[in-house]
Design a protein around this ligand. Structure first.
Ligand SMILES: *Cc1c(COP(=O)(O)O)cnc(C)c1O
Length: 361
């Protein structure tokens, strides 16, 4: 078998060996041992965002989109109206999901290279009293842009509305503090900054908001209230849980704690980004975003004149590095992630490989 690749992607991403080793046993899903593991998982997820006592952690089988869909289905009632703040593909996807669910939804949009502006959000909320909930993407993975969460959370709370936060690509590295920030629901998944393997999405939701939404979801399986009640009554998942993925995620959360928590992880990713940007700039690659709004998650580079992504991708893959295609609607680009169980040395080796590939082109 070929050596394992270094994944420079927004997930699934490079995981620690210990996380993968945690999957090497079987678990009975109704057994007390697994029920205890699930309880530890839910506890640790709340700890990451300081949500103890206010929010409930509800994990669900599936990728990140499944939890976004479950949250919109469960939390938005037919009489509610959702305003989605869009500056990339993941905001657009929330609009699509809400529409498909038959919920009232509207988008407030910005160009892909601009952050969501709190003043415009406040103005839109003043102008439309029908809006009950607002959805924001914390780090828009489309470009890697960081939206100003504290200011937007304050604007939404100031207008008396509820904020749903897609923190899929930031949770575990960029701070979300539910003890001080007014966020009704945070959505994320196992395989991004938590450095677990793919297969679980989860929501941290204000308990009273969940309790008020019994029977609201039009879906049987994508129902956070029903799964929350299940966990509270017998500690079990309603449907077959991905037991090995749960074990790996608990191990990944223990490793996050051992690393020093989200702050230490953010610092490691920020250093990865710093090394990456300096090296790519030296070779003449332009960062798509203004560096002031760039999150230390994933960097988008403009494709140089006459650049062939496929050839570049294949040559780097041959050297053990898997990068990511661009997702911009406006410009030709490619992306390189800074997240995962990677450090400065991995990025120095990547840069040497890029240099070699460019020299031989
Ligand atoms: C990854 C991601 C998702 C979910 O994508 P999946 O492919 O379903 O895991 C949603 N929002 C953002 C911002 C993401 O980065």
């Amino acid at each position: 078998m070929a050596p394992e690749p270094i994944l420079l992607t927004p997930g699934p991403l490079t995981t620690q060996l210990r996380t993968r080793q945690a999957m090497l046993r079987d678990w009975g899903s109704r057994d007390p041992g697994f029920i205890a593991l699930t309880a530890e998982l839910r506890q640790r997820l709340l700890d990451v965002a300081k949500g103890q006592g206010s929010h409930a952690a509800v994990p669900l089988q599936g990728s990140g989109t499944f939890i976004v869909e479950a949250a919109i289905a469960t939390l938005i009632a037919p009489g509610d109206k959702l305003l989605v703040l869009c500056n990339g593909a993941y905001g657009e996807r929330m609009v699509t999901i809400a529409r498909r669910m038959g919920r009232q939804v509207e988008a407030l949009s910005w160009p892909e290279d601009r952050v969501v502006e709190p003043a415009r959000v406040a103005e839109a909320l003043r102008g439309d009293p029908a809006v009950t909930h607002v959805a924001l993407v914390h780090c828009e993975t489309t470009t890697g842009i960081l939206n100003p969460l504290p200011e937007i959370a304050a604007a939404v709370a100031g207008a008396g509305r509820h904020l749903l936060l897609d923190a899929m690509s930031s949770f575990g590295a960029l701070p979300v503090d539910l003890a001080t920030q007014p966020v009704a629901a945070v959505l994320a998944s196992s395989n991004k900054c938590l450095e677990g393997v793919p297969g679980i999405g989860f929501a941290l939701v204000r308990e009273e908001m969940l309790a008020a939404r019994k029977g609201n979801s039009p879906s049987v399986s994508l129902d956070l209230e029903a799964q929350w009640r299940g966990f509270e009554s017998n500690g079990q998942w309603r449907f077959t849980p991905p037991v090995q993925v749960v074990a790996a995620l608990v191990e990944a959360l223990r490793l996050l704690e051992a690393e020093g928590g989200p702050e230490a992880r953010r610092a490691r990713y920020a250093n990865n980004l710093r090394v990456l940007l300096a090296g790519m700039r030296r070779m003449g690659f332009d960062l798509y975003l203004d560096e002031a709004v760039q999150a230390p998650i994933i960097a988008t580079f403009r494709s140089p004149e006459g650049f062939g992504f496929r050839r570049f991708y294949d040559a780097l893959a041959e050297r053990g590095f898997l990068i990511y295609p661009g997702k911009l609607t406006q410009a030709e680009s490619f992306r390189i992630g800074c997240i995962g169980a990677l450090g400065q040395g991995d990025f120095e080796r990547l840069l040497a490989a890029v240099e070699e590939v460019r020299a031989s082109a």
